[in-house]
Ligand binder design. Structure first.
Ligand code: PGA
Length: 251
């Protein structure tokens, strides 16, 4: 079964940015724009702002996602500092980013741990946005496809289906660096990811691109076949810029 790739998915990853005051400013300004149903829009603020953002967009088509969830229980337990997938669902999240390269790097997250997180997300009916990508060294060594293939093999649980996972291809060397992958590189990797998931699960989920997406490159990236949307970091912090990226995706 093939996914309907026509409806683009545009996700804002705010990372560890914004306080209540600046988030309120964002939602107030962002809400001034008419947001149609042409694309699926997901805002992923830090956990402290999930409720605020969710409440603001309750009656709109904009969805809310978290940036991480606990690997240890889908529900609750003695895991200080963790937030469970059920808690995220309870607060109104429909999505959760899992396995972002910054979590892999700064929290030593392994594919095995990421797999547990995805299973927990699925138990709470969340769609897992699973990030995969190679480092510059892995790209230069030529092992990048192997790295991605192993990440999929070792982290995707059997609970995955066409609607409860989204794969985000995010080359580590393109994140926050201003250095975007070339059109050819993105096309090659999205085709590769599509084939890999198809052979592994007999379906191909939405595969979105992330890494220094901005107003200048969004259109060209969205035009690539097998690119179902964007995971936008830095450029999603400004409501005007993020809205313009959505408008580009709506074309
Ligand atoms: P960036 O971040 O757009 O700032 O490169 C993307 C991401 O890490 O999700």
């Amino acid at each position: 079964m093939l996914n309907n790739h026509n409806k683009k998915l545009i996700i804002a990853n705010w990372k560890m940015h914004k306080l209540i005051s600046t988030a309120e400013k964002f939602v107030t300004n962002f809400s001034k724009h008419e947001i149609s149903n042409v694309c699926d829009i997901v805002l992923c603020p830090p956990a402290t702002l999930l409720q605020l953002v969710n409440e603001k967009f309750l009656n709109s088509s904009i969805k809310v996602g978290a940036q991480d969830c606990s690997a240890f229980s889908a529900i609750e337990g003695a895991f200080t500092g963790d937030i469970s997938a059920e808690m995220l669902s309870d607060i109104g999240c429909e999505y959760v980013i899992i396995g972002h390269s910054e979590r892999r790097k700064y929290h030593q997250e392994s594919n095995a741990l990421i797999k547990n997180k995805i299973i927990n997300a699925h138990q709470a009916n969340l769609t897992a946005i699973i990030c995969v990508g190679e480092t510059l060294q892995q790209r230069e060594e030529g092992s990048y496809k192997q790295v991605i293939s192993s990440a999929l093999a070792d982290s995707l649980p059997s609970t995955s289906n066409i609607t409860n996972i989204v794969i985000a291809y995010e080359p580590v060397w393109a994140i926050g660096t201003g250095r975007t992958a070339t059109i050819e590189q993105i096309e090659e990797m999205h085709q590769f990811l599509s084939k890999e998931t198809l052979s592994r699960f007999a379906f191909s989920p939405k595969i979105i691109y992330g890494g220094s997406v901005n107003l200048e490159n969004a259109q060209a990236i969205l035009d690539i076949s097998n690119v179902s949307g964007l995971l936008v970091g830095g450029a999603s912090l400004d409501p005007e810029i993020f809205h313009k990226i959505i408008k580009i995706a709506e074309r």
